[in-house]
Design a protein around this ligand. Structure first.
Ligand code: PSU
Ligand code: MN
Length: 304
């Protein structure tokens, strides 16, 4: 038995068969500073509601898997220091030992599958890190996309990653990567990159149909929907490139490894851009939440 607790709102939506959208919590505890993290998480939940779906933010709290967080719980989590970052490798151990942890993309996909939620919105997924040929640092998020049937809406992969290698791993793992509304694969803080998205779709209905077809075909794994950042919130790639390489150099010199790499880089980029990276990050997560809600609504009207 999995100890699981649904929020009041999620309980109601499940009972009424309403569309749901999963949201992660590592972005709250490790991806953004307080108080912007809580403000953003609250706003993103509201964006999902306004787009006609119910938000379900996932976290493990004292050994219970929470599907949907009450406002006070979200605030407490957002203020807490030293919360564990829980991915596929740690989620079961965290629950079994009564621990508390914020869920990554991989762990949120697992929680969503358990809760019967098929659409999930986040900022950016983890991927293949620069230098992976020696560090072997490849995010568990990519392997999760290959095995857990959840469609994940993200703004592409961050330029802190080796984006071509990230696309190669998803290709190898059979993960459909769908650029939304454009040919290029978006690069998180910038809408465009030099890389083409392997697939392109222009409507939420199409994305929902592709998801439902994978389900009908019994294909394991989900889809990555790469949704470009709104143009008014973009940061040009040439502005960020030196910032990213500085942050990467510092991480290398300080010997940062494993699950600390991504939070370290995000925090340094936030500092080095004097908060500009965070403003863009907030805009793109909100944009992803709205698209995810639309996809969830479309998926809800397709017969199973
Ligand atoms: N991308 C962001 N913000 C984040 C993350 C990614 O824009 O906070 C988090 C997500 O939770 C993602 C995790 O699943 O980082 C990936 O960590 P790693 O690279 O250690 O797999
Ligand atoms: Mn990693």
């Amino acid at each position: 038995m999995i100890p699981i607790q649904f929020s009041a709102e999620v309980t109601k939506a499940r009972a009424e068969g309403l569309p749901l959208v999963a949201l992660e919590s590592t972005i709250i505890t490790h991806g953004m500073p307080y108080p912007q993290n809580v403000e953003t998480a609250t706003q993103v939940e509201q964006d999902v509601r306004e787009a006609g779906a119910t938000p379900a933010t996932m976290a493990v709290l004292e050994g219970t898997l929470h599907v949907g967080l009450e406002a006070q719980t979200l605030e407490t989590l957002g203020q807490a220091k030293n919360v564990a970052k829980v991915s596929r490798a740690d989620i079961a151990a965290c629950i079994a030992t009564g621990g508390t942890g914020a869920t990554t993309v991989a762990a949120t996909m697992i929680a969503a599958r358990i809760a019967g939620i098929e659409v999930f919105a986040t900022g950016g997924i983890g991927g293949v890190h620069k230098g992976a040929e020696t560090s072997f640092d490849i995010s568990a998020d990519l392997l999760e996309l290959a095995q857990t049937p959840v469609s994940v809406v993200a703004a592409g992969a961050k330029a802190i990653l080796d984006v071509p290698k990230t696309l190669e791993v998803m290709e190898t793992q059979g993960v459909p990567v769908i650029s939304y509304g454009q040919d290029a694969f978006p690069a998180f803080w910038s809408a465009q990159s030099d890389l083409r998205g392997p697939l392109r779709m222009d409507s939420a209905a199409e994305i929902a149909r592709a998801h439902a077809m994978r389900r009908a075909m019994d294909l394991p794994g989900g889809q990555l929907i790469a949704n470009p950042i709104p143009s008014d919130a973009e940061i040009p790639a040439e502005v960020l490139a030196p910032v990213i390489s500085q942050a990467q150099d510092e991480a290398d010199r300080q010997g940062i490894t494993g699950k600390n790499v991504t939070p370290f880089l995000l925090q340094r980029i936030f500092e080095l851009t004097e908060g500009r990276s965070l403003v863009a990050n907030i805009a793109l997560v909100r944009n992803n939440a709205r698209l995810a809600a639309e996809i969830a609504r479309e998926l809800n009207v397709i017969a199973r």
